[in-house]
Every structure is written in structure tokens, then in C-alpha cells.
Design a protein around this ligand. Structure first.
Ligand code: QAP
Ligand code: CO
Length: 178
């Protein structure tokens, strides 16, 4: 197990479209374990491979209070979504910012588990939001994309100013137009 470094908005690598996993092998299981460890350490309730600069369709979530109900999804597909809910969302790639976002209330997701076995899960409430948020990451999408451009620009400016782990100029160099 190992902690992985999480990319911060507006790093343009967060805009990468992740590729489907062809085989759920030990490398993918290692990635799942590292995502879980990195998520729990934060602490967070969801993390997608895109956020650690691995552009494969893998994500993990755990919305339980005791952090004892991890779910890993390989090649997740939201098969059905209905209703709406609005919740404050945050993101390990957008540290310190929380804003309400509207999402589907009830979803069904189909995916492969860590053994490569197909499964489906129905989810509502926070778990449904979290899965939708993490699936967005695999398509290069962030929760800030649902906010007004004014709010998004404000968040971007503040994160570029903070950039505790990287000089401002390299953060700017990696920042895309969004
Ligand atoms: C996505 O996000 C999510 O700003 C997962 O300083 C979040 O785990 C879905 C985190 C909320 C639904 C509702 C954020 C940790 C964790 C921060 C996270 C921070 C430290 C975010
Ligand atoms: Co996120």
C-alpha cells in the first residue's frame, strides 16, 4: 500500500479522459488499495484514479461513518439515474472549497469488482452523489464545472495562489483554459 499524490485544480491533467481497464490484474488491485489508503488518509469519501494521475477507469468510495464500507469500481457505467438532490460537494483536488451541486437522487451503476467480476449497485443519497462525482473525474469533469464561471474563476485564483506543493509558475504552466 502507498499514498499517492493528488493533483489539484486547475491542473490540466485532471481533464484527461480515462481509458477502460482491459484486465483486472494485480496492478489494478494495487491501484485500488492505494486509492483507498490515500482517500482514508485525507480523509475523504471518494477518489478516482484520474486524481492521482492514473488515467484508467477506476474509482473508490466509502461514505460510511466508520470508514469500513469501501467500494471499488472498475469501468463503472451509470445505467440509470432518476430524481434530483442537491448537496454540498467538495473534492480532494479542490481542497478547502465546498459548494452545492445538483445530481440524480437514485442511480444504478454497473462495474467490475477487484476480482474482475461484474456487479451492479443501486445507490441513493450521499453514496449516489459520490459515485456520480467520481465517475465525472474519469471523464475529466470536476464539480466546479457545475458552478458559475465567476465562482469557478475565484476558486481557481485562490488555489493557484496557495499552491503549497508547487511554485505558482509551474501550476500556471499546467493549468488549462478551464
Ligand atoms: C466527493 O470528496 C464528494 O476540501 C469526494 O480539504 C464530496 O472526499 C461527494 C476533502 C462531498 C459528495 C459530497 C475535501 C478532504 C475530501 C477537502 C472528498 C479537503 C479535504 C473530499
Ligand atoms: Co473529486
Amino acid at each position: 500500500m502507498a499514498l499517492r499524490r493528488v493533483l489539484h485544480y486547475p491542473d490540466s491533467r485532471l481533464r484527461t479522459q480515462a481509458k477502460p481497464v482491459e484486465t483486472v490484474d494485480d496492478d489494478i488491485r494495487q491501484l485500488i488499495d492505494d486509492l483507498l489508503e490515500t482517500m482514508y488518509e485525507a480523509p475523504g469519501i471518494g477518489l478516482a484514479a484520474t486524481q492521482v494521475n492514473v488515467h484508467k477507469r477506476v474509482l473508490v468510495v466509502d461514505v460510511s461513518e466508520n470508514h469500513d464500507q469501501p467500494h471499488a469500481f472498475v469501468n463503472p457505467v451509470i445505467e440509470f439515474a432518476e430524481g434530483t438532490q442537491q448537496r454540498e460537494e467538495g473534492c480532494l483536488s479542490v481542497p478547502g472549497f465546498y459548494e452545492p451541486v445538483e445530481r440524480a437522487e437514485h442511480i444504478r451503476v454497473a462495474a467490475l469488482d477487484r476480482a474482475g467480476k461484474a456487479f451492479t449497485l443501486e445507490a441513493q443519497g450521499l453514496l449516489a452523489v459520490c459515485i456520480q462525482h467520481e465517475c465525472d473525474h474519469l471523464d475529466g469533469k470536476l464539480f466546479v464545472d457545475y458552478l458559475s464561471s465567476l465562482k469557478r474563476q475565484r476558486i481557481k485564483k485562490r488555489l493557484l495562489k496557495q499552491s503549497p506543493d508547487s511554485p505558482r509558475r509551474s501550476a500556471l504552466a499546467r493549468a488549462g483554459p478551464g
